[in-house]
Design a binder for this molecule. Sequence first.
Ligand code: ADP
Ligand code: ASP
Ligand code: MG
Length: 426
Amino acid sequence: MALLVQKFGGSSVADVAAIRRVAQRIVETHRAGHDVAVVVSAMGDTTDELLELAIAISPGPPPEREMDMLLTAGERISMALLAMAIADQGVRARSFTGEQAGMRTDSSHGRARLLSVTPDRVQATLREGAVAIVAGFQGVSEDDDVTTLGRGGSDTTAVALAAALDADVCEIYTDVDGLYTADPRIVPSASRVTRITVEETLEMAAHGAKILHLRAVEYARRFKVPLHVRSSFSDQEGTWILVGRPLTAAVEDPMEDPLISGIAHEKSLGKVTAVGIPDRPGAAAKVVGAVASVGVSIDMIVQNVSTSHSATSDISFTLPESDGARAVAAVRDLQHEMGFADVLYTSHIGKISLVGAGLRSNPDVAHRFFGALAQAGVNIEMISTSEIRISVITDQEHLADAVRSVHTAFNLDADAEAVVYGGTGR
Ligand code: ADP
Ligand code: ASP
Ligand code: MG
């Protein structure tokens, strides 16, 4: 007998039939003798629809507290309906809001961080032999206000719950059969990855593969929670994320790292450039400090080398497009004081990242990567690397073609097309 946390994303509970199907899977696991705690997202695109409603009511930035009140309603609907569907199949089930499940967070609405997880009521429910269902992506702050963990945050709720319950595994059920070598919506020939290290998964999630919430992967690594990403629409085995803890014999660590585990891509990025900054110590710190002070996270940074006669340099950095205006305003505020020439902004920027533990030991990868981009006629604007990743910034227009070219260049194409069972990819 095992203790499982099963998380179902929005596309898995999009309508009545889907909720019934998910309930059936939970009931089967429960009847096989396992304890099951479930984390559920809002139905289908409910969260997006609630956001649209808020914008329709008031086009300006909405009060953050009320936004969280609104968005958490989505998960409240799906958790109650799922509990009813499970009860209908003859198994007791009880649903809990984030607060009832002991998800304490800080008070940063819309991007709250978990401070503690004390799922006493979930544990009591499991002891009674019932199924516990927890609303994803929500918690309660120290001031007793409802908070959300950020878009896609139900994965993080699931992993945090699995860690607090010391679950044997956290199963992430979604609309594809696991983690693929690229987003199957962009690359239909993508191959399913059977096993991948948590470090590679972190790089994929951090650079746009939205199959898993980045913080969920960080949490899984820290608390050594094995993840199994799979489809709720099929019985196919999915992808195991290895966290350095022995699993069953069926899920052994691979003998050797594959060269490339996957390609992540990201669109809707922007690039800010401060032009002609006097080249002296502290200049870069001042620019990035100003951006951080308005709550914007910078992704890639490049500073070009100053030429001896001008003694100035340019600093460029990328960031989510939605943060562009705030970052530009923050840098402009420094222009007079620091005496630089201009601030430029480019939107519609894309990024492609090649991830693989095998990158460490293979010096030819960058050459093949850039070669594939050149062949696709894609210009590289910036480059950054980690030990197991190479990322390039390109324009957004040719992003999908570029991802497909690189995928083929590294022989990652599968014979059969990947199945996308549902969801809108929003
Ligand atoms: P859920 O609603 O279940 O949380 P998401 O939409 O957040 O599902 O994540 C699943 C989607 O992630 C897939 O439909 C797919 O388009 C996208 N995705 C992006 N990169 C990958 C990848 N490398 N492997 C699989 N899916 C990916
Ligand atoms: N419903 C939330 C969202 O759409 C949380 C989640 O599904 O993970 O972002
Ligand atoms: Mg998701």
